[in-house]
Design a protein around this ligand. Structure first.
Ligand code: G3H
Ligand code: 13P
Ligand code: ZN
Length: 361
């Protein structure tokens, strides 16, 4: 059994200089696709579930599914993570259902639409850190609002995402505030805003530094060298997937995602967790369209889901290889939650105290 915390996994990733894709799941097929890919290349895994996923599949189903995936692939360290938690209850109930890590996204208020101020974000994130660290679970915080530098708005995913326009300074994490935030909250990982947004429609052209502020990642990493940085909205929306989707009756307007080479640049500068949902959805949906178009009499869901699962598996495998995650599963000896809790209580994992090597040991 290998249920790992985000903190231990990202400490390992930092020590060996790789990044870990965090793939969203809502159903069994997505879970199997990720684990098959991980097993094929010996990569540790972060599976994350949004609040939308929890209400779609149900907490019990997600919890049992994660148990099953863990049992089927005991050699693969598996971190189960709450994506975009909006309050203490969401995070606490996730931990109760076996999640070893939670994101407290205090960049937005509890309605997950309204930008929150710094003091609100620090308070709520600190409270979640208190709850989680007593148990040994990890916490990701977010500073800065995800959204487009091209049009100043966020992309709503199932009701999550900033509503209306926000100013450029809210869309770009302030490095000074990032230092203060990490020390005040003791988060294990920090999601930063630098022009990415959720969903397929991130950029209207191949992004350059004016709309994808990778220099900010470098600056924040320079100030917080021992803090694991997280990139949200990091699907690449590959042209080949757009083309397949559209060639079988889809009507997706031309769009650009985050180029893989920019993510790899981020990984060289402290990015350890890379959130990917849209690419997995698109890989599967393109196949649904293909099967429906090419075999119009087909009605067995497995004939749609199996090739869709294979397409998602191939995408996940590619990201494990591109981010340097491949080959590391075997090198990780999982530290139990109780031992992580003891390390938090001793102060050994506090920001500014922990060195990456001692934390990962
Ligand atoms: O947070 C963004 C993810 O893409 C999750 O999306 O809320 O529709 O499950 P969702
Ligand atoms: P994408 O929509 O780019 O896949 O981002 C997913 C994400 O950030 C989930 O938290
Ligand atoms: Zn996100």
């Amino acid at each position: 059994m290998a249920r790992i915390t985000l903190r231990q996994l990202l400490d390992h990733a930092a020590e060996y200089g790789y990044g870990v894709p965090a793939f969203n799941i809502n159903n069994m097929e997505q879970g199997l696709a990720i684990m098959e890919a991980a097993a094929a290349v010996d990569a540790p895994v972060i599976i994350q579930a949004s609040r939308g996923a929890r209400s779609y599949a149900g907490d019990l189903m997600l919890a049992k599914m994660t148990d099953a995936l863990e049992q089927m692939y005991p050699q693969i360290p598996l971190c189960m993570h709450q994506d975009h938690g909006n309050d203490e209850a969401t995070c606490a109930t996730a931990i109760k259902h076996g999640f070893t890590s939670v994101m407290m996204d205090g960049s937005l208020k509890v309605d997950a639409k309204t930008p929150a101020d710094f003091a609100y974000n620090v308070d709520i994130t600190r409270r979640v850190v208190d709850i989680a660290h007593w148990i040994g679970a990890s916490v990701e915080g977010e500073l800065g609002v995800l959204g487009s530098l091209e049009h100043g708005g966020g992309e709503q995913e199932d009701g999550h995402g900033v509503e209306g326009k926000v100013s450029e300074d809210q869309l770009l994490t302030d490095p000074d505030q990032a230092v203060a935030f990490v020390h005040a909250t003791k988060v294990d990982a920090l999601a930063i805003a630098m022009g990415t947004s959720h969903g397929a429609y991130k950029f209207t052209r191949k992004p350059d530094g004016s709309i994808l502020a990778m220099h900010l990642v470098e600056e924040i990493h320079r100030r917080l060298p021992n803090t694991h940085l997280v990139m949200h909205g990091s699907s690449s929306v590959p042209q080949a997937l757009q083309d397949t989707f559209n060639s079988f009756g889809g009507e997706m307007p031309q769009t650009w995602g985050v180029p893989v080479e920019e993510i790899v640049r981020g990984i060289k500068h402290g990015v350890r967790k890379v959130n990917i949902d849209t690419d997995c959805r698109l890989a599967m949906a393109a196949i649904f369209r293909k099967v429906a178009t090419q075999n119009r009499s087909e009605f067995d869901p497995r004939k749609f889901l199996k090739p869709a699962m294979d397409a998602m598996r191939d995408l996940c495998r590619e990201r494990f290889e591109q981010f340097g995650t491949a080959g590391h599963a075997v090198r990780i000896k999982v530290v139990p939650l109780s031992e992580m809790a003891r390390r938090y209580r001793s102060g050994a994992l506090d920001p500014g105290t922990a060195t990456l090597a001692t934390a990962a040991a």
